[in-house]
Design a protein around this ligand. Structure first.
Ligand code: ADP
Ligand code: MG
Length: 463
C-alpha cells in the first residue's frame, strides 16, 4: 500500500542521511585532527576542550599500598578499594560496590548529590576488612573519577565546566568538585584525602597502561563518549607551566563535544539535540553514545508511526515517551537471529505495547538499528583514526610500525557486539592492512577505577 511505500521512503532517507562512506570518515578524522591542534593551541580555541589532566606519568607497575577509588560518570556510581602489591603482586585485592544514581539527584542540588555519594562511600569504608590494613595514624587516600568536563587546577583539584549526559545541577558549575566532595565528607566526619581527580578516560588510560605498556589512547563508549591520549608536552602551546620531566602530558579531549560540517546529521538528531538539557553541545556524543542511540531509534519509529501508520491506525502512546527505548533494548533487538525475529516482537510488545508486529515491520526495526549503530561505530573509528594521525601513529616509519594500543571501556563497547565489531572493522579499513597489524583495540574493563587508585598511589602524601 501507499503507507508501506512511505515507510520505506522514510527508511531510505534516514539511511542516506546517516551514510558514512570511507571518504567521509577520512574527512571527519581530518577535522578531528585540526580541532585537536586548535584546542591545544589556546583555551577556548576549539569545540574540543583538550583539557590538561596534570597526569604527566602513567602507572609504572611499582605502585603499592591500599587506596580507595570513586567513580561518578553517568548511570552508575561505584566505590572501590584496591590493595596494590607492586610489580610482582600487582592488584592483590579489590572490592567494590555499585549503586545507580537516583534520577532526581541528577538535576537537584549539588550538596544532595555529594551527600549521596559520600553516604555510599562511608558505608563502604565501614565494611573494610582485616585484609585492607592501614598503618596506624595513616589517612585513607582516594582517587576520584569524575567523568564530566573539568578544568583542572592541579592533579587533585578542578572546577566543573558544565554537566553532560542528563545531569544538570547549576550550583556545581564552576565549583571545585573535590571541594564539594570534601565538604560532604566533613559533614559526616569521614576522614579521607583526595589524592587525584581524573575522568574515566584518564583512569582507563592509566589502568590500561598498567597492564599493557603500549597503551597510548583511551576511549569511553558508555552512557557518553570521550577520549584521552598521551601528547608530547611541547606540542601543547596553551601549557605555560614547566615542561614535565617525562616530556609528556595526558590530554582529556572531551571529544563528545566535537562537531563538524562533515558529521552526517539527520532531522532526528537535530530535534533530539533541541529537546536535550544541553542543546548545541555534545553533538558527537548525541550520535554515538549509549544514552542516545535508542532514543534516535524511537524518534525514527515515531515518525514512521505518525506519517506512515507503521504500527497501524493509532500511534502507540508509549512511543511518544522520550528515552523509553534504551540502547540495551536496541542492541538486544539488533542481535536477534531468530527466523521470525521474536526478540524484536517481544521488545515492541513489552516496551511500546505493540501487541502484534509483522515480520516485515520487525525487519525495518533491524534495519534502523543497523543504520544507527553503524553510523556511531564508524564515527568512533574515525575519531580514533584522527588521534592516531595527530600522534603520528597512523603510518609506518622507515618500514617499522610502533605498536599502539587503544584501551576501551564503557557498556556500549562492551555489550553491543555489532557496534564494537563495526568500530574495529572501520578502524582497520581506515588504517589499511599494514598499519592495522600494529594497532590493537582492547577492552580495559574497569581500568578506570583501578586507574584512579593507581594515580592516587603515585601521588600519595606518604611517598
Ligand atoms: P557509564 O558510562 O555511565 O559510566 P557504563 O560504562 O557501564 O556506564 O555504560 C552504561 C551504558 O552502556 C548504558 O547507559 C547503555 O547506554 C550502554 N549499554 C549497557 N549495556 C548495553 C547493551 N547490552 N547494549 C548496548 N548498550 C549498552
Ligand atoms: Mg563509566
Amino acid at each position: 500500500s501507499g503507507k508501506w511505500a512511505r515507510v520505506i521512503e522514510i527508511l531510505k532517507a534516514f539511511e542516506e542521511d546517516c551514510a558514512t562512506p570511507i571518504a567521509k570518515l577520512r574527512q571527519v578524522a581530518d577535522a578531528m585532527t585540526v580541532e585537536m591542534h586548535a584546542g591545544l593551541a589556546s583555551e577556548g580555541g576549539s569545540k574540543l576542550k583538550m583539557l590538561i589532566s596534570y597526569v604527566d606519568n602513567l602507572p609504572s607497575g611499582d605502585e603499592t599500598g591500599f587506596f580507595y577509588a570513586l567513580d561518578l560518570g553517568g548511570t552508575n556510581f561505584r566505590v572501590m578499594r584496591v590493595l596494590l602489591g607492586g610489580k610482582q603482586d600487582r592488584v592483590v585485592k579489590r572490592e567494590f560496590k555499585e549503586e545507580s544514581i537516583p534520577p532526581h539527584l541528577m538535576t537537584g542540588k549539588s550538596h544532595e548529590l555529594f551527600d549521596f555519594i559520600v553516604d555510599v562511600l562511608a558505608k563502604f569504608v565501614a565494611t573494610e576488612g582485616e585484609d585492607f590494613h592501614l598503618p596506624p595514624g595513616r589517612q585513607r587516600e582516594l582517587g576520584f573519577t569524575f567523568s564530566f568536563p573539568v578544568k583542572q587546577i592541579s592533579l587533585s583539584a578542578g572546577t566543573l565546566i558544565n554537566w553532560t549526559k542528563g545531569f544538570s545541577i547549576d550550583d556545581t558549575v564552576n565549583k571545585d568538585v573535590v571541594g564539594e566532595l570534601v565538604k560532604a565528607m566533613e559533614r559526616v566526619g569521614l576522614d579521607m584525602r583526595v589524592a587525584a581527580l581524573v575522568n574515566d578516560t584518564i583512569g582507563t588510560l592509566a589502568g590500561g597502561r598498567y597492564t599493557n605498556p603500549d597503551v597510548v589512547v583511551a576511549v569511553i563508549l558508555g552512557t557518553g563518549t570521550n577520549a584521552a591520549y598521551v601528547e608530547r608536552a611541547h606540542a601543547i602551546p596553551k601549557w605555560h607551566g614547566l615542561l614535565p620531566k617525562s616530556g609528556e602530558m595526558v590530554i582529556n579531549m572531551e571529544w563528545g563535544n566535537f562537531r563538524s560540517s562533515h558529521l552526517p546529521l539527520t532531522e532526528y538528531d537535530h530535534s533530539l539535540d533541541l529537546d536535550s538539557l544541553n542543546p548545541g553541545e555534545q553533538i558527537l556524543e548525541k550520535i554515538i553514545s549509549g544514552m542516545y542511540l535508542g532514543e534516535i531509534l524511537r524518534r525514527v519509529l515515531l515518525k514512521m508511526a505518525e506519517e506512515a501508520a507503521f504500527f497501524g491506525d493509532i500511534v502507540p502512546p508509549k512511543l511518544k515517551i522520550p528515552f523509553i527505548l534504551r540502547t540495551p533494548n536496541m542492541s538486544a533487538m539488533h542481535s536477534d537471529t531468530s527466523p521470525d525475529l521474536k526478540v524484536v516482537g517481544s521488545k515492541l510488545k513489552d516496551i511500546l505495547e505493540v501487541p502484534n508486529s509483522s515480520l516485515k515491520m520487525r525487519k525495518v526495526v533491524i534495519s534502523l538499528c543497523n543504520i544507527i549503530a553503524s553510523r556511531g561505530a564508524r564515527l568512533s573509528a574515525a575519531g580514533i583514526y584522527g588521534i592516531l594521525k595527530k600522534i603520528g601513529r597512523d603510518a609506518t616509519k622507515d618500514g617499522e610500525a610502533q605498536k599502539s594500543v587503544i584501551a576501551m571501556d564503557g557498556g556500549l563497547f562492551e555489550h553491543y557486539t555489532q557496534f564494537s565489531e563495526s568500530m574495529k572493522n572501520s578502524l582497520k579499513e581506515l588504517l589499511g592492512d599494514e598499519v592495522s597489524e600494529s594497532v590493537e583495540v582492547i577492552l580495559s574493563n574497569d581500568g578506570s577505577g583501578v586507574g584512579a587508585a593507581l594515580l592516587a598511589a603515585s601521588h600519595s602524601q606518604y611517598l
